[in-house]
Design a protein around this ligand. Sequence first.
Ligand SMILES: NC(=O)c1ccc[n+]([C@@H]2O[C@H](COP(=O)([O-])OP(=O)(O)OC[C@H]3O[C@@H](n4cnc5c(N)ncnc54)[C@H](O)[C@@H]3O)[C@@H](O)[C@H]2O)c1
Ligand SMILES: O=c1ccn([C@@H]2O[C@H](COP(=O)(O)OP(=O)(O)O[C@H]3OC[C@@H](O)[C@H](O)[C@H]3O)[C@@H](O)[C@H]2O)c(=O)[nH]1
Length: 360
Amino acid sequence: MIFSPTEFKTKLIAMAKEASNGDNHAATKPPPTPSPLRNSKFFQSNLRILVTGGAGFIGSHLVDKLMENEKNEVIVADNYFTGSKDNLKKWIGHPRFELIRHDVTEPLLVEVDQIYHLACPASPIFYKYNPVKTIKTNVIGTLNMLGLAKRVGARILLTSTSEVYGDPLVHPQEESYWGNVNPIGVRSCYDEGKRVAETLMFDYHRQHGIEIRIARIFNTYGPRMNIDDGRVVSNFIAQAIRGEPLTVQAPGTQTRSFCYVSDMVDGLIRLMQGENTGPINIGNPGEFTMTELAETVKELINPDVEISMVENTPDDPRQRKPNITKAKELLGWEPKIKLRDGLPLMEEDFRTRLGVPPKK
Ligand SMILES: NC(=O)c1ccc[n+]([C@@H]2O[C@H](COP(=O)([O-])OP(=O)(O)OC[C@H]3O[C@@H](n4cnc5c(N)ncnc54)[C@H](O)[C@@H]3O)[C@@H](O)[C@H]2O)c1
Ligand SMILES: O=c1ccn([C@@H]2O[C@H](COP(=O)(O)OP(=O)(O)O[C@H]3OC[C@@H](O)[C@H](O)[C@H]3O)[C@@H](O)[C@H]2O)c(=O)[nH]1
């Protein structure tokens, strides 16, 4: 068939439109219907929820909260790189709970209604340890979970990060800010990885109609953080309990905003259950320099420890504080726990794991 130049152009535009990311979902086929048993009157109408990375710090607290609802069945998929079965020991053997050793860089076949996709090392020490694996986890892992969401018609939530703003030139950071990221730096396996993961989420949403939710999480702390995983709060608490100097990385004037883990979990669940795709910042806007954080930990946990200044790592963001207007307006969410109240809630868990008895 021979087309005139005008016909050819019209055809090309039509093809481009079909393949575009617009509202046109021509390529979408509806997800398969679940087993007929799910609609039987004898079947308990549970929501089946997959939590990738559920053996980690935030993931295990999220699982605790989801399991409180008797209508939820929870499946955790984790490769235990930074997580541990210990974090989930109270649920192992529970009839509504399943734990799968699985690496998200491989496809996963399960039938679920919702996916909380957390799997990814989060502490800079761990994500820099094997950067190629970190970027594979972010890119291939997120592709696999989106493929799963598409196949079964599940809603999927990605835990992105404040690190997508890089070393921000806008302060506080709102979701419309595109960030200031070094694409070839030592942190880019993580921050660029998460940026691609966000892109994939939106492309699947636009192209295939997948229901997506994106949370941009700011520094979160609480019990079950890995001891010595390099993150500042867990480092300072462990150092204070051991009576070792608190290592402030120079210059100490860099800022972070710390959110207690129960507030974070509440925000993630509201985002999943709400109607907004995001991205939405979830974090506590209380902003502290690292020197202020060290002084607070010293005062609350062990007034006898010293504070020492040590060398920093490359590309450390100089300031970070979330604008949470969107979370307030769209999710009715704001954090409840102040840093001074949250830090002491970590002490007992850290003392138990470090084998250091409580102060007399
Ligand atoms: N904690 C924070 O301050 C923070 C801030 C921003 C974003 N986040 C995001 O929240 C999520 C959870 O963070 P966290 O602090 O609980 O970290 P974490 O390291 O405690 O948990 C991550 C979990 O993912 C698992 N995992 C890693 N790679 C995997 C893979 N390839 N396949 C399967 N499982 C894998 C780990 O074993 C671990 O259980 C991460 O996606 C992280 O990027 C966390
Ligand atoms: O012992 C330490 C460790 C860290 N720091 C400083 O504390 C600040 C925070 O460092 P952390 O390693 O806790 O965390 P970062 O803010 O760099 O990255 C974090 O941000 C967002 C998430 O996605 C990541 O999971 C998380 O690790 C940095 O300025 C770092 O230089 C110290 O002063 N002393």
